[in-house]
Design a binder for this molecule. Structure first.
Ligand code: DX5
Ligand code: ZN
Length: 240
């Protein structure tokens, strides 16, 4: 059923059907607690934390210790994106660190179905991510176990890239597949989400938008950038 996104200027955070999850890759990491406060005040729904291991993706960012430190300075749910090999060896540490959603890449899991079950047994929501080059068929048999499916809009590793053209058609096909099966996990788009394409992402079927460089940049404040994203999503026809 298609219906209008519930949008209310008086309480944007609670009423918006589309969730915004700022990613901190382009934030000022020396002032992390201040940056967290800024996105909280601007009405972020989740904090999106990008964990990279230098193997699955070239850069190394941070691990469970930093997630635990972030947990202490916010009440927002932590949406933790594990861009790491062998994530099954790390999920317990990240769950204990206070992750609300633990997202693993299908490309890193020989036993995806079991890993998703293990994440839920640890009390977290289970997310599965797909690189741009990975087909939906890679997760088809494990969809029942997923609370969230993350479609990468860029090849992971760096913030500030442009949304790849195959992303929205893939999200539309995922939405159709989920509808066909009567499944309702969140669909998250990560990478390349900007003010100019946020509405199209929502219309394609996304329910969570990760925004890194669209939120943390030199052009405007975090508050102004978040407001511009909300404005772009106002009145968008979507499926919630
Ligand atoms: C990419 C990360 C994304 C990225 C998003 O590897 O997983 O979360 O930081 O940044 P933007 O929104 O700038 O593409
Ligand atoms: Zn991410």
């Amino acid at each position: 059923m298609v219906h209008r996104i519930r949008y209310d200027y008086t309480d944007q955070n609670k009423m918006a059907a589309i969730k915004i999850a700022p990613s901190f890759l382009t934030a000022d990491l020396a002032r992390l607690a201040d940056e967290v406060r800024a996105v909280e005040e601007a009405g972020a729904d989740y904090l999106h934390l990008d964990v990279m291991d230098g193997h699955f993706v070239p850069p190394i960012t941070f691990g469970a210790l930093v997630v635990e430190a972030m947990r202490k300075v916010t009440r927002l749910p932590l949406d933790v994106h594990l861009m790491i090999e062998r994530p099954e060896r790390q999920i317990e540490a990240f769950a204990q660190a206070g992750s609300a959603i633990l997202n693993v890449h299908a490309e890193t899991c020989s036993h995806l179905h079991r890993v998703l079950q293990q994440i839920k047994a640890l009390g977290c929501r289970a997310g599965v991510c797909l690189n741009p080059g990975t087909p939906l068929s890679a997760i088809k048999e494990a969809l029942e176990e997923a609370d969230q499916v993350m479609v990468m809009g860029v090849n992971p590793g760096w913030g500030g890239q442009s949304l790849l053209p195959n992303t929205l058609p893939k999200v539309r096909r995922l939405r159709a597949l989920l509808d066909e099966r009567g499944l309702t996990p969140d669909i998250e788009i990560d990478g390349g989400v900007k003010v100019h394409n946020a509405a199209a992402c929502a219309q394609a079927g996304a329910t969570v938008l990760v925004a890194g460089s669209a939120v943390f940049n030199d052009e405007a404040s975090v508050g102004e950038n978040m407001a511009a994203l909300r404005q772009a999503l106002a009145g968008v026809e979507t499926r919630a």
